[in-house]
Design a protein around this ligand. Structure first.
Ligand code: ADP
Ligand code: ADP
Length: 232
């Protein structure tokens, strides 16, 4: 469960203060698939960075599965992120000189996993995302959708309870986007992973159980979505 209270983030640009988040509060339950939407510049990425412990908010609290994560030391925060959270970026953030398999298992070694175990688990996950036969390929040999599935596989290595995705389909066509969203849906349903995803595509709402709409750094509204009333 994620409990956010009065979260604020101000960026200082010289003498100019940009209030990217101006006090947002909400709760996301375990196993929810939640969308974060809103116009460009409304604070979506800033919010996701804060939840993923990639950025330090200016004020407010974030509690994840009972831990007050902003109170952790930098070292504890890194540990928490490595073991409990997965993060997927719009631009995949893969290492082009590494193979698919190395991209997936090497970060887990940094987290302390033994190499043999890492290779075994990465094989299982690559099979799960349908990329096992591509494991020896380089990024440059993959389509955009395949690259994003590698990034998702990497995020799954430590079996995180929460997966954050920042516009994961922004560079993909509609058909490929559907395969990525179907994969998230499967992870959500079969692994019970909580998924929090930023998007600006209205049709993605069909996959969410709830949408948090941001505007100018505040929550404009929250909308429950009816599962099973999908247009797909
Ligand atoms: P969104 O993801 O909804 O497009 P962002 O969270 O990226 O919104 O940005 C919210 C506001 O904060 C925008 O005005 C943006 O220009 C500003 N902003 C985001 N990141 C930074 C940064 N690193 N430095 C300064 N301003 C930033
Ligand atoms: P998106 O919302 O499409 O994910 P962002 O608007 O968040 O992209 O921008 C991507 C990166 O640029 C982020 O790391 C963000 O912090 C940074 N950024 C965004 N707006 C600004 C800004 N006005 N000044 C400096 N950095 C910014």
């Amino acid at each position: 469960m994620i409990v956010v209270a009065d979260l604020a983030r101000t960026y200082l640009m010289g003498k100019v203060a940009v209030h990217a988040l101006r006090g947002v509060s909400f709760t996301i339950g375990s196993g929810e698939f939640v969308g974060i939407m809103g116009p460009s510049g409304s604070g979506k990425s800033t919010l996701l960075h804060a939840l993923g412990l990639l950025d330090r908010p200016t004020a407010g609290t974030i509690e994840i599965d009972g831990t007050d994560v902003l109170a952790l030391s930098e070292r504890q925060k890194t540990r928490f992120r490595l073991h409990r959270l997965g993060y997927v970026f719009q631009d995949y953030a893969l290492m082009p000189e590494l193979t698919v398999e190395e991209n997936v298992f090497l970060p887990a070694l940094v987290g302390g996993m033994q190499k043999e175990e890492a290779i075994r688990i990465s094989g299982e996950i690559l099979a799960e995302v349908g990329l096992l036969e591509r494991r020896a390929h380089l990024q440059g040999e993959l389509s955009g959708g395949e690259q994003q599935r590698v990034a998702i596989a990497r995020a799954l290595m430590n079996n995180p309870s929460i997966l954050f995705a920042d516009e994961p389909c922004a560079n993909l066509d509609t058909t490929t986007s559907k395969t990525i969203l179907d994969l998230f849906e499967r992870l959500n349903e079969e692994r019970g992973q909580t998924i929090v995803m930023v998007t600006h595509e209205d049709w993605h709402i069909d996959y969410f159980c709830r949408v948090i709409y941001l505007r100018d750094g505040l929550i404009e509204r929250t909308e429950e979505c009816e599962k099973g009333r999908r247009r797909r």
